[in-house]
Design a protein around this ligand. Structure first.
Ligand code: ZN
Length: 270
């Protein structure tokens, strides 16, 4: 089986230090946390940044600072988030692509998210895919329900996305497909042939469904964006601790973990 790519998602859009005192929010805190996760075995970072008030931000200058500080620490693949709601313009969300990160997320269709939405109507998806192509950024298609896979295939048929595609399948968010082994199999079976995929699951589902993804030949995302806990009632010490556990599990299951260089080959990053 292909080596396992572990993505660390250290910050996310919503949680703050009230939820976990170690949640990294400034570029320096994010870079330190990513450096440790990289040493632990993560080969991709899924990056969100915050403004000075601690709110989720798409400001290119904040992304630039975080990327430069991460680069001083390790060779991890940097994937920026372009997710957003209805208050942000398409242009704002896509502006950081000009920094030419190796990867960026592309939410493949609008879904609810608590009392907000992940807003991704078709014109947005088309523009995002075109911009990623223009800047040489590898898209990771976020799929939170089955229709997202259909949306991605439509972009392939229009010639805007090239195959093979790479997906992040998200389970158990408030508004996404519920987390269950059966739903994981349903989503994986619906992927276009030749796709690579990663699984991320919210809260208590992170560990069991990550294990399933390791067994099925998928890749895994862990970190405080999706889950703050090591076990029920006990918060994780760090993002690196969550990565270390996946490394141990994967080795026990006789699947080796990819370095950033190996991950670039698997993900077809130029
Ligand atoms: Zn994210």
């Amino acid at each position: 089986m292909e080596k396992l790519i572990i993505t660390v998602a250290p910050t996310g859009k919503k949680a703050t230090k009230k939820h976990h005192p170690r949640l990294p929010m400034t570029p320096a805190e994010i870079a330190d946390e990513v450096g440790l996760a990289c040493q632990a075995g993560a080969s991709v970072v899924h990056l969100h940044v915050r403004d000075e008030q601690g709110h989720d931000s798409h400001a290119p200058e904040i992304f630039k600072e975080a990327i430069e500080l991460i680069r001083q620490r390790c060779d991890i693949i940097i994937q920026i988030s372009t997710s957003g709601g209805i208050r942000e313009t398409m242009e704002e969300r896509l502006a950081p692509l000009a920094l030419q990160p190796e990867m960026a997320t592309l939410i493949a269709g609008t879904v609810n998210f608590q009392d907000e939405v992940f807003y991704s109507p078709k014109p947005y998806m088309e523009l995002a895919a075109r911009k990623m192509r223009e800047y040489g950024v590898q898209p990771e298609l976020d799929a939170m329900e089955l229709g997202a896979i259909t949306n991605a295939q439509a972009l392939v048929e229009q010639g805007i996305l090239s195959t093979p595609l790479h997906f992040n399948l998200l389970f158990g968010l408030p508004g996404s497909i519920p987390a269950s082994p059966k739903n994981v199999l349903t989503m994986v079976e619906a992927l276009p042939a030749g796709s690579t995929w990663q699984l991320s699951a919210a809260g208590v589902w992170e560990l069991p469904l990550a294990t399933l993804a390791i067994l099925l030949g998928g890749h895994v995302r862990v970190g405080f964006e999706d889950n703050l806990y090591y076990r029920r009632g006990a918060k994780a010490d760090s993002n690196a601790q969550l990565v270390e556990r996946i490394v141990r599990l994967s080795r026990e299951l006789e699947r080796e973990v990819a370095t950033p260089t190996e991950a670039r080959k698997i993900l077809r990053i130029r």
